[in-house]
Design a protein around this ligand. Structure first.
Ligand SMILES: Nc1ncnc2c1ncn2[C@@H]1O[C@H](COP(=O)(O)OP(=O)(O)O)[C@@H](O)[C@H]1O
Ligand SMILES: [Mg+2]
Length: 305
């Protein structure tokens, strides 16, 4: 489950990030009428394996290390670069999402894509796969730092509050049959717990339980509520819905027992392990259900091991 979430995060970033955020803006270029023999020094000095060919700020071609080696091997006479360069160019715009560049890398097998201004066709940058990876890592790092700071600030809350007893309560609404957003509440709850300084292991256990409860509300009900109460020594989790309820709770608790329809199983749910997982990762477990009325799950996790 965790891995899946991480993949989603990366995918989200690939869609949200623009080419201009990750491209290299300082492009080393050559002119079309410069001789092939000058390439040796330019490629070596700049440690690049390909160069855009530019005339009057306009991109007219691309010449690669491979083109240069071929020219060397053929032992031809020196000639202008334009005679050996590639003119069929695959380019991207600086305001394109990174995902479209990734698609082009995949489809063409190319190592670099020139970045063109949409307004006037000028060459404004160059993009390699390395730029994409570096850029995304940089962005992840920024997100991570921001999250760390938030966590640091929130984690003092129990120390700062002065009371004989402190409880923080969080509530999440779950929509039935909404597979698009399934799991969101649990993700948000987990983030909240981590920010509050709840031990990562406990936060993870709560997140697993709340994820399973949330999925059951999505799959089997018209929707419900997930509530969490955080106390200094305990996290209490409650999942409540208005039906249809469970006819035989004993049976539902059996590992592997599931009434999920085939299409739900095809989505990768319905292994019948949800309630079992909740029981296993919690310290106290309680389930009440009445057919036609609804189901209420109440679980506790102790945080001072
Ligand atoms: N909130 C709920 N409302 C109605 N039925 C439920 C609910 N939660 C669980 N069930 C029933 O209990 C069964 C077992 O649940 P679970 O262990 O999570 O397995 P799964 O979700 O994979 O079927 C479900 O197949 C379903 O019949
Ligand atoms: Mg389930």
């Amino acid at each position: 489950m965790k891995v899946e979430k991480d993949v989603t995060k990366t995918r989200e970033m690939v869609y949200e990030t623009k080419v201009r955020e990750v491209m290299t803006g300082q492009v080393i270029t050559v002119g079309p009428r410069e001789p092939m023999s000058t390439l040796r020094e330019i490629l070596r000095r700049n440690r690049v394996s390909g160069l855009p060919v530019v005339e009057d700020e306009r991109l007219v071609g691309i010449i690669s290390l491979e083109d240069f080696i071929k020219w060397l091997a053929d032992r031809e006479e020196d000639c202008p670069i334009e005679e050996k360069m590639t003119r069929q160019l695959v380019t991207v715009h600086r305001d394109d999402p990174v995902v479209s560049a990734v698609d082009k890398f995949d489809k063409t097998g190319l190592g670099r894509l020139p970045v063109i201004s949409r307004e006037d066709g000028r060459l404004v940058g160059i993009l390699t796969k390395g730029d994409v990876v570096e850029g995304l890592l940089r962005k992840l790092e920024v997100d991570y730092r921001a999250e760390e700071l938030r966590r640091h600030r929130a984690s003092y809350i129990f120390e700062d509050i002065e009371a004989d007893g402190t409880t923080l309560a969080f509530q999440y609404q779950v929509r039935g049959h909404d597979f698009e957003r399934a799991g969101e509440s649990s993700t948000r709850l987990k983030r909240t717990l981590r920010r509050l300084g709840v031990h990562p292991n406990v936060a993870r256990r709560v997140a697993i339980a709340s994820y399973e409860a949330e999925m059951n509300q999505v799959v089997f009900t018209e929707g419900g509520t997930i509530r969490a109460r955080v106390e200094p020594n305990r996290v209490f989790l409650e999942a409540e819905d208005d039906g249809p309820g469970i006819a035989d709770v004993e049976q539902a608790l059996q590992p592997g027992y599931s009434t999920a329809p085939d299409w739900v199983r095809e989505l990768g749910f319905g292994a019948g392990m949800g309630l079992t997982n909740i029981q296993q990762c919690s310290d106290q477990f309680q389930i009440e259900s009445e057919p036609g009325k609804g189901t209420r799950l109440a679980v506790s996790f102790f945080t001072n091991e």
